[in-house]
Design a protein around this ligand. Structure first.
Ligand code: RB5
Length: 141
């Protein structure tokens, strides 16, 4: 399975960790490429556009996860959820069919982040009518 991943400088270290630690998925890295300061909006936008275009999943990382999640959610069709634990990651797939997971590289530890990513990728959308209906309402705003 291909997973798009992008970060700013505040998420760079976690992005590199996740690519090394999680071997069963193919990560397509959209940058950034170092800890030199960059602006998260362009990475969030690029990631969200690729995820929507390819009907894929993505991981967006900045220092807190907040800025890049806001940026991702500006793109129509992106449903980006900032998760700080595995319960949130599970529920946002089951209920919101989130297609982008946002993480705070300065907030969550590397091992917890691995668990959050695995949970996000492996949990299916429940597909129940009420959840579909609510997602459609977001899409049609
Ligand atoms: C960058 O210093 C920091 O502001 C950014 O990574 C993020 O936390 C913004 O929400």
């Amino acid at each position: 399975m291909k997973i798009y991943i992008a970060s700013d400088h505040g998420g760079y270290s976690l992005k590199e960790h996740l690519k090394k630690a999680i071997k069963q998925y193919e990560f397509i890295d959209l940058g950034c490429d170092s800890e030199v300061s960059v602006d998260y909006p362009c990475y969030g936008r690029k990631l969200a556009e690729e995820v929507v275009k390819n009907k894929a999943l993505g991981i967006a990382i900045c220092g807190t996860g907040i800025g890049i999640s806001i940026s991702c959610n500006k793109i129509k069709g992106a449903r980006c959820a900032l998760c700080t634990n595995t319960t949130l990651a599970k529920l946002t797939k089951e209920h919101n069919n989130a297609n982008i997971l946002a993480l705070g590289g300065r907030i969550v530890g590397d091992v917890l982040a691995e668990d959050i990513v695995r949970t996000f990728i492996e949990t299916p959308f429940l597909g129940e009518e009420r959840h579909e209906r609510r997602i459609c309402q977001i899409e049609n705003e």
